[in-house]
Design a protein around this ligand. Structure first.
Ligand SMILES: *Cc1c(COP(=O)(O)O)cnc(C)c1O
Length: 836
């Protein structure tokens, strides 16, 4: 490179895009070329010879080789996009729970056989290499995993888009179990570097906090301009990861922001000897993207969290505006070129920030800016739980984001005026729609802000959307009756069927051809084989292999041996009272009791598997984990139950563990208190892999029942409206428990220390709650749950019938593909095209 070129590096974004010559550079997919290139990467990018390379070196070399093939598609996609000037989607999400990327990329490029062959030449096993990749856990659970499935589906069905989020240095914590209790350890996914990401220093933006707003007299006849002078500023730097869709058809970008200090070191302070003080700014800035808050379905409420939310919202909006102005004259057509989806309220401050950027920075009139803002945003609600709805104390908001606070007041005044004038809203209904909660020491309500700032608001299952209209957004729905719509969640069949369950995928290919790989609705063709005894046996054999694989994991990690021929009854998800792991554990205890007192009965051998993390500050959830482990220890070591019942808690639930667990389940536990689970997506992954669901009529379970057929799913318990009714009546568990000896005895065993002899009172609180209030309807639903489990036992005794139903589950789950969800968003909310 010549000196003149290095001296003045052109801004790559400013240069007119040169078309990328794909044919010239596109890398070969054949085995020889791959083998050669892997060694080239090993030699020249990593500096190792094949003989001296270690496992991680091979992982890196393979990743770089595969990555080059994605980059070909990526650059093509960017050029095509720039040339077409079509509409794009920006998916703003605080969380992307993407998991490992290598297998996903290799599968989507249809390179699995070739890469495995190429590596075999050096005696390296691709499966082993893939398992070394750290799990990118930039999310808590369902919400973050949904964002990851959506990114993959957008790239598969051809919705051009960006995911925008935060590059947390420490993702979701690693969970260990010590003496039965959860221990949280920091996770360090960037330890070995991250070969998937590209740092884009040229894509960096200043983000302000605090300071003052001053009014500047504008031109004659124009209102004064407001100028925000932040007291603090940090830099948001972009890191891009390519997300490749099925068959490499499209590649989208996941752009994650990292915080850096504007001045990495305060030289004045350093030179005067204050070496620590010199780094204070830099530490404070970088703290913003250091950790993911580990609370799921619970508002974190800390100032740092609000900083994170504003930081990534503002960076993303500045980036969207800059990209828009590269190819457009003005911002007046922003809403025709970009659709911004707010994944929950975490990025809701974007509504105020976009108004600020349009009005204060780009000089747009307020009314036009408001129209564009509303046309640009749409908002997905993920929960109705009051403790999860975000709201910020006014004083905090005002101190951190003074100009955004003014804008929120102005929006609020306009909305309230309109509600009074057009609909005659008065006291109670005005209070319900107000962006300011006046009852709780004055707070900004982020749900209301996201709602009024969006042209479309969606729930994530039919039931959840109906409940949204009836509860949290009742008054806003009255004011804007066309705004709420439903978009039932989905999961990507590439990761959750093809990659997680290669055995079933092969069997399906042999039986119905490969069409379902490109169009998952074709999986329905397997339905007619449900009554074919030969096919049923092969289906069962695949399940048996997957169970053996999980049994190996359980044996390696926990030194517990479980029988792959037993019924695998699995509940894996975040630990939460509303998800009712406690109900499942009580059933295990009751079953244990019954097996001991009636040893001669023909019990169905069961393995109950649990996994999931509790928020570190959520004490009840941590007690539930402790109880599961205590119960497991006692039952597994009791010779009286033999192999009839095993209870296992597998630590550190994450995406990679889920990929092993989902294909190995016979029963999927989806037993939340009805009305509380917005959708669930774990339920979909299990059923797609042929597990039978035992579940309440909650979230997407309701629609799963409609698709799978009610005779092929075990539904039990109170409905959402019955739960609401009981709560209104002041239900408490005591009378129920006293009338059910089975439940009463199980609870007595738990609260009298049978499972916690070292601390007999450990579970008094947990059990006491059921007697005193039973808010989650555990006692209320127990009998129904028990009876339904025994119906499952009876069905298990008839393997042909069980497998027939399991096959029908797989055959009928295609509607729950995230491809379908994305096509609906594209058609009804984003108004962008898709390939098909
Ligand atoms: C799918 C998934 C979830 C969501 O599970 P639910 O049962 O819907 O709560 C959470 N965590 C991981 C790792 C997942 O893969």
């Amino acid at each position: 490179m010549s000196a003149s070129m290095t001296a003045q590096r052109p801004d790559p974004d400013a240069a007119a895009p040169l078309p990328h010559d794909a044919s010239a550079s596109r890398r070969s997919y054949d085995v020889d070329a791959l083998a050669e290139e892997i060694v080239e990467k090993l030699t020249y990018s990593i500096g190792k010879s094949p003989a001296r390379a270690r496992k991680y070196d091979w992982l890196r070399a393979v990743t770089l080789t595969v990555r080059d093939r994605i980059i070909d598609h990526w650059l093509e996609a960017e050029d095509a996009r720039a040339a077409s000037g079509g509409k794009q989607v920006a998916y703003l999400s605080m969380e992307f729970l993407i998991g490992r990327l290598l297998r996903d990329a290799i599968n989507n490029l249809n390179l699995t056989t070739q890469v495995a062959e190429a590596l075999k030449r050096y005696n390296v096993d691709l499966d082993m290499i893939e398992l070394l990749e750290p799990d990118a856990a930039l999310g808590n659970g369902g919400l973050g995993r949904l964002a990851a499935c959506f990114m993959e589906s957008m790239a598969s069905v051809g919705v051009p888009g960006f995911g925008y989020g935060i590059r947390y240095v420490h993702g979701f914590f690693r969970q260990e179990i010590a003496d039965g209790a959860q221990v949280e350890l920091p996770e360090n996914w960037l330890l070995h570097g991250n070969p998937w990401e590209f740092e884009r220093r040229e894509r960096s933006y200043e983000i302000g906090f605090g300071g003052k707003v001053t009014s500047v007299v504008g031109e004659p006849g124009k209102p004064p301009r407001q100028l925000w002078r932040p007291a603090e500023r940090v830099l948001a730097v972009a890191y891009d990861t390519p997300i490749v869709g099925w068959r490499g058809a499209h590649v989208n970008t996941l752009r994650l922001w990292s915080a850096q200090a504007l001045d990495p070191i305060l030289l004045d302070a350093f030179n005067s000897g204050d070496h620590i003080g010199a780094l204070v700014e830099s530490n404070k800035a970088e703290a913003i993207t250091r950790v993911l808050y580990p609370a799921d379905s619970h508002q974190a409420g800390q100032e740092l969290r609000l900083r994170q939310e504003f930081f990534f919202s503002s960076a993303s909006l500045q980036d969207i505006i800059r990209r828009h102005l590269e190819t457009n004259e003005s911002l007046s057509n922003l809403h025709d070129k970009v659709s911004i989806q707010l994944n929950d309220t975490h990025p809701a401050v974007s509504v105020a920030e976009l108004m600020r950027l349009l009005v204060d920075v780009h000089g747009m009139e307020w009314d036009e800016a408001w129209e564009i803002t509303r046309q640009t945003f749409s908002y997905t609600n993920h929960t109705l739980l009051p403790e999860a709805l975000e709201h910020w104390p006014i004083h905090l908001f005002e101190r951190l984001l003074p100009r955004q606070m003014q804008i929120i007041y102005a929006i609020n005044a306009a909305v309230i005026r309109q509600a009074m004038e057009s609909k005659g809203f008065d006291g109670g209904r005005i209070a319900a729609i107000s962006l300011i909660d006046e009852n709780n020491g004055r707070r900004v309500r982020m749900g209301q802000l996201a709602f009024v700032g969006s042209h479309a608001v969606n729930g994530v299952s039919a039931l959840h959307t109906d409940l949204m209209k009836e509860t949290v957004f009742h008054a806003l729905h009255e004011l804007y009756p066309d705004r709420i719509q439903n978009k039932t969640n989905g999961v990507t069949p590439r990761r959750w069927l093809m990659e997680a369950n290669p055995g079933l995928t092969s069997l399906l290919k042999e039986t119905i051809g490969e069409g379902f790989l490109d169009d998952i609705s074709k999986i329905r063709d397997v339905e007619r084989f449900a009554t074919d005894a030969g096919f049923r046996d092969r289906f069962a054999a695949v399940k048996r292999e997957n169970k053996a694989r999980l049994a190996d994991v359980i044996s390696e990690r926990l030194a517990i041996s479980v029988d792959p021929d037993a019924l695998f009854d699995i509940q894996v998800k975040r630990i939460h009272e509303y998800k009712r792991q406690f109900l499942n554990i009580i059933e295990a205890v009751a079953l244990y009791d019954q097996i001991r007192s009636q040893p001669a009965t023909n019990w169905t051998p069961r393995v109950k598997v649990f996994a999931g993390k509790a928020a570190p500050s959520y004490l009840q959830a941590k007690e539930i984990i402790h109880l599961a482990n205590d119960v497991a220890r006692v039952i597994n070591s009791d010779p009286a139950v033999r192999d009839l019942l095993k209870v296992v808690f597998i630590p550190n639930y994450n995406v990679s563990l889920a990929e092993i667990i989902m294909p190995a389940a016979d029963i999927s536990e989806q037993i939340s208190t009805a009305g509380l689970e917005a959708s669930g997506t774990g339920n979909m992954k299990f059923a797609l892999n042929g597990a039978l669901t035992i579940g309440t009529l909650d979230g997407a379970n309701v629609e799963m029942r409609d698709h799978i057929g009610e005779e092929n799913i075990f539904i039990f318990g109170l409905t959402a409206s019955e739960v609401a009714q009981r709560r209104r009546e002041g239900h408490s568990g005591r009378s129920v428990i006293e009338g059910l000896p089975l439940l009463r005895d199980a609870l007595h065993a738990i609260s009298s220390g049978v499972f916690s002899p070292d601390e007999p009172n450990r579970y008094n609180g947990l059990v006491g709650n059921l007697y005193n209030n039973d808010w989650w309807m555990i006692a209320a639903d127990f009998q129904s749950y028990w009876d339904t489990q025994r119906r499952a036992d009876a069905l298990w005794a008839d393997p042909a019938e069980w497998n027939r139903k399991a096959i029908l589950n797989t055959a009928r789950m295609s509607w729950f593909s995230s491809d379908r969800s994305i096509r609906e968003y594209a058609a009804d909310i984003w108004r962008t095209g898709t390939d098909a």
